[in-house]
Design a protein around this ligand. Structure first.
Ligand code: PMV
Length: 299
C-alpha cells in the first residue's frame, strides 16, 4: 500500500502561471492506493466521491509511461475532498506511482515518482504548472517557480521548525480551475497595467512570506496571507462565500486567511497555530454552514 499527501497553496496562486513564485504545502490528509492483483483489464475500486473513469485514464497514462504491460486491480481511498483545490488528483497520481513501483519491485527516488505522477496530472489538468504533484511527492513546504521558457521549474524545499495547524473551509462549490485561469488571462489582456501591478505586488508578498516562514514568524506569515487575499480579490477570483469564511476566521483569531487554489469556489485556508485556536476557527466556519477541515501544513 502506498500513500501521498494532498496540498494547499499558501501564496502566489494565479500569479504562478505568469512566472511569479508560489509557496505550497503538503497537508496532513492523504490518498491511499493499493495494488490488489493483476487481471484481464484495469480495475479500480474507489470511494464514492471519486470519478472512476477519470482515475482509470490517469492510471493508464502513468502505466504507459512506466512501461507496465500487465493490467492491475487497484483500491483507492482518500481523505481529501475531490475537486476542492486540495490536490486530490495529484495525490492519487503520486500514490499510484508508488503503489505500482512497490508491486512490481521497481526502486524509485522521489524525483522519478514525481515525473511519472506529472504524466497523470497532464490527463486531469491539461497543462498543469506541476506544483501539485511536486508537493504530493516531496511533502513539506515547497517554493515553486514555473519556467516560462518550458525548461525545468525551480523547486526548493522550505524548512519550517514544526508543522502548523490550519483550517480549510470548503464552500461546497467546486471552482473550475481552467475557466478561472482563462478569466484572469482575459483580464490581463484587457487591463495589462492594473494586472501587471497586481502580479508584482503578489510577487513581493511571496518573497516576504518565504522569509517569514523560514523564520517561523507566524504572525507575519498570517498578515501576508491576508494581504495576498486582498490581491486575489482584486484579481476577481474570490467569491462572497470565500470572503465570508475569511472574515469569520479572522474574527475568531486566525493569524491570516485567504482562498487557496484557483478560487471561484473551493476552499480558504486560515492559519491557526495550536489546537484551541484551530477548533475555534473551525467552529466559526461550521456555524456559517460551511465545511471545516482541521489539518496541518509542513507535514
Ligand atoms: O485549484 P488548484 O488547487 O488546482 O490550483 C490552481 C492554481 C493556479 O495557480 C490557479 C493554476 C496553476 O496551474 O498553478
Amino acid at each position: 500500500m502506498a500513500a501521498a499527501f494532498g496540498k494547499t497553496i499558501l501564496f502566489g496562486e494565479h500569479a504562478v502561471v505568469y512566472g511569479v513564485p508560489a509557496i505550497a504545502s503538503a497537508i496532513g490528509l492523504k490518498t491511499e492506493v493499493k495494488v490488489t492483483g493483476t487481471g484481464k483489464e484495469l480495475k479500480i475500486r474507489a470511494g464514492k466521491e471519486s470519478n472512476i473513469e477519470a482515475l482509470k485514464e490517469i492510471t493508464l497514462a502513468i502505466m504507459d509511461k512506466m512501461e507496465l504491460k500487465e493490467n492491475v486491480e487497484l483500491e483507492e481511498k482518500t481523505e481529501l475532498i475531490v475537486g476542492a483545490g486540495m490536490g486530490s488528483s495529484a495525490s492519487y497520481c503520486v500514490a499510484t506511482v508508488r503503489a505500482l513501483a512497490e508491486y512490481f519491485g521497481k526502486k524509485m527516488g522521489e524525483k522519478e515518482v514525481n515525473n511519472y505522477a506529472y504524466e497523470g496530472e497532464k490527463i486531469s489538468h491539461g497543462n498543469p504548472s506541476g506544483i501539485d504533484n511536486t508537493v504530493a511527492a516531496y511533502g513539506g513546504i515547497v517554493w515553486f517557480r514555473r519556467n516560462l521558457g518550458g525548461g525545468k521549474n525551480t523547486v526548493e524545499r522550505l524548512k519550517i521548525r514544526q508543522p502548523v495547524e490550519v483550517v480549510l473551509g470548503h464552500c461546497g462549490k467546486t471552482g473550475n480551475t481552467k475557466k478561472i485561469v482563462q478569466k484572469v488571462k482575459e483580464k490581463k489582456e484587457k487591463e495589462p497595467e492594473r494586472l501587471g501591478k497586481l502580479l508584482r505586488e503578489i510577487e513581493g508578498i511571496v518573497f516576504e512570506a518565504k522569509k517569514a516562514l523560514e523564520g517561523f514568524e507566524l504572525k507575519k506569515t498570517g498578515k501576508l496571507m491576508t494581504k495576498n487575499q486582498e490581491k486575489l480579490r482584486e484579481l476577481g477570483v474570490s467569491t462572497n462565500a470565500l470572503e465570508k469564511m475569511c472574515d469569520t476566521a479572522l474574527s475568531r483569531g486566525a493569524l491570516g486567511a485567504k482562498l487557496t487554489g484557483a478560487g471561484g469556489g473551493g476552499c480558504i485556508i486560515a492559519l491557526t497555530p495550536g489546537k484551541i485556536l484551530q477548533e475555534n476557527v473551525a467552529q466559526g466556519i461550521t456555524d456559517l454552514g460551511f465545511k471545516a477541515i482541521k489539518t496541518r501544513i509542513g507535514v
